[in-house]
Design a binder for this molecule. Structure first.
Ligand code: GLU
Length: 554
């Protein structure tokens, strides 16, 4: 037997299935021309973060917009860093934002799809079959270097300003014979399996990253680890095998992996795989003190996806915002297609930011306000009650106690051509609806300060005499205008501006007094609609109360 074969048998006596058999088991997918296969491949080592959600969103969008497949693969080769229910948290984290994989891991212990298992810890035999083949070809070898030995070469490389790693003369076991390996293994020595890299630092590799464009780097010449001491694969090797066998077309991932691409391309080559296309996403940035920095789990609450749930940003709004971050032409598209489904937008990986999209709260809130303004009163009611059930018990009770009343509150200035944009997230709702509920309203009146208390009391006293709960929207304002004129206020602000000395104020000031009396606020949605929802008795009661307040102040 040739010595490479002998080595392969020594290292993998139980591996009998061949790479060819796996190739057959996981054949190329039959998809339309141009269909893209993407994956989200997190390690179950912590909570889903905004950057992860953003990547998954882009991966899903890339697949969806081409009629392809998006799957979820769990990269659990580092058992030490795994957290309890890590997979469940990822699946839920994604599904909370409506990102459901077409294939792959769908719950803590369920998978679907023909290219599985989609959990790396269940694929050890597959990786080993490929490493066995590389060993047979003289492209992999067992390395028995101890931690101490690795530290010694690291120190030497540092002091001589050489590149770190196991290569060339530092690769002590590169040419180990099967007999020597057997002797060491029989003696209980531990080993990893390394690539016998065919690369040379003088050569350059070129590739075109879908987002970043042309990239050129030195070829890999390190004998990187393929299998760790426990026989499980490294990230690099599992990436090559999995993305090949799962027939991924586009590996979309964080750009911290860019520097590893030469290793990955070499692994694809030695294994005989067609290389995937890479699209490396730049981290999301924040502006700070005139500069930019990466969004940080430590400093920025919005870096945790739980933030969006707790604040009550609806899924649709988060999608809108993620798409705005992903493709800068999305905003114009949205303006031109106000009510279109987000999936009608032609998402493009190429248009993702090379430098890193900028997270901006004001923008998030604007996008969300816009989105919420397109919802019907029923949709708002359902979403707010859902949110409040977990996050605001008092509000939940009020909304649930009188569904019809709550819906009439949410219907104010909604469903028309120019709906109001007051609500950015469901946590704004308690304040937004406060004056509709005696339990929430502090009854304070924020009167403007350009009229005297006596003048305001007079306006309210007079308004009580003309207030007609049955007036239509068209009738209401002219009534206020006439009353204003009777009291010596200009009928329009324009008229007032022309001859300010002729008037006590204008109709806007008069309406403002009524508004403050009825709602406590200077700014509200349409006052007529508000009064219709409150009902005649309540409106009169509030006006009386406001008159009392003004009189005690006087
Ligand atoms: N498990 C890797 C990580 O969480 C995945 C990177 C990739 O998408 O290939 O960083």
């Amino acid at each position: 037997m040739d010595s490479n074969k002998q080595m392969a048998e020594l290292l993998f006596p139980d591996i009998t299935k061949t790479p060819e058999e796996y190739e057959k088991e996981y054949p190329p997918r039959s998809l339309e021309e141009g269909a893209v296969v993407t994956r989200f491949a997190p390690s179950p080592t912590g909570f889903l973060h905004f950057g992860g959600l953003f990547a998954a969103f882009a991966e899903k969008a890339a697949a969806k917009s081409t009629g392809g497949v998006f799957y979820l693969r769990i990269e659990d080769t580092d058992k030490k860093r795994e957290i309890e229910n890590g997979v469940g948290l990822i699946v839920k984290g994604l599904s909370d934002f409506g990102i459901e994989p077409d294939e792959g891991v769908v719950s803590e212990n369920e998978e679907k799809g023909a290219y599985g298992p989609y959990t790396q810890s269940k694929r050890t035999h597959i990786y080993q079959a490929f490493v066995k083949r590389l060993t047979e070809q003289g492209l992999a070898y067992p390395c028995f270097m101890t931690e101490d030995e690795l530290n010694v070469i690291r120190a030497e490389q540092e002091s001589k300003k050489m590149l770190p790693g196991v290569y060339g003369a530092f690769a002590k076991y590169r040419d180990i014979t099967p007999d020597k390996a057997k002797e060491l293994i029989d003696g209980g020595a531990e080993y990893v399996v390394r690539l016998k890299s065919p690369g040379n630092a003088k050569n350059r590799v070129k590739f075109t990253d879908v987002i970043k464009g042309e990239i050129e780097m030195p070829e890999n010449f390190l004998d990187v680890v393929l299998l760790k001491k426990d026989g499980t694969p490294t990230y690099h090797f599992a990436h090559a095998v999995d993305d090949h066998l799962m027939r991924t077309t586009h590996v979309i991932r964080g750009d911290e992996w860019i520097s590893s691409v030469p290793i990955h391309l070499q692994l694809f080559r030695v294994c005989g795989f067609k290389p995937v296309k890479y699209a490396h996403i730049s981290p999301i940035m924040k502006e700070e003190n005139g500069g930019k920095r990466k969004i940080s789990k430590r400093k920025d609450p919005e870096a945790a996806v739980s933030f969006y749930r707790e604040k009550g940003y609806p899924t649709g709004a988060v999608w809108e915002y993620l798409m705005t971050l992903a493709n800068s032409n999305y905003e114009d598209w949205r303006l031109a297609n106000k009510n279109a489904d987000i999936n009608d937008f032609k998402f493009s990986l190429k248009k993702m930011s090379k430098a890193g999209a900028l997270f901006d709260f004001a923008k998030l809130n604007d996008v969300s306000k816009n989105y919420i303004s397109t919802l019907s009163a029923e949709e708002v009611y359902d979403a707010v009650t859902d949110w409040a059930r977990e996050n605001n018990e008092r509000l939940y009770k009020l909304l649930a106690d009188d569904e019809e009343y709550a819906k009439s509150v949410f219907a104010i200035e909604r469903g028309n051509a120019k709906p109001r944009k007051d609500i950015a997230s469901w946590s704004d709702v308690e304040d937004y609806v406060a004056y509709f509920y005696s339990e929430l309203w502090d009854r304070k009146r924020d009167f403007a300060d350009n009229l005297s208390n006596a003048d305001m009391a007079e306006i309210l006293e007079t308004y009580k005499t003309i207030y007609d709960g049955a007036a239509t929207a068209e009738e209401w304002f002219p009534q206020v205008r006439d009353m204003a004129a009777d009291l010596g206020y200009a009928k329009t602000p324009k008229e007032y501006k022309k001859n300010p000395d002729d008037y006590r104020g204008h109709v806007g000031d008069v309406a403002g007094v009524i508004r403050a009396a009825v709602t406590g606020r200077r700014n509200t949605p349409d006052l007529y609609e508000i009064m219709q929802v409150l009902g005649c008795d309540e409106v009169i009661g509030r006006i009386d109360e406001a008159i009392d307040i003004l009189k005690t102040l006087a």
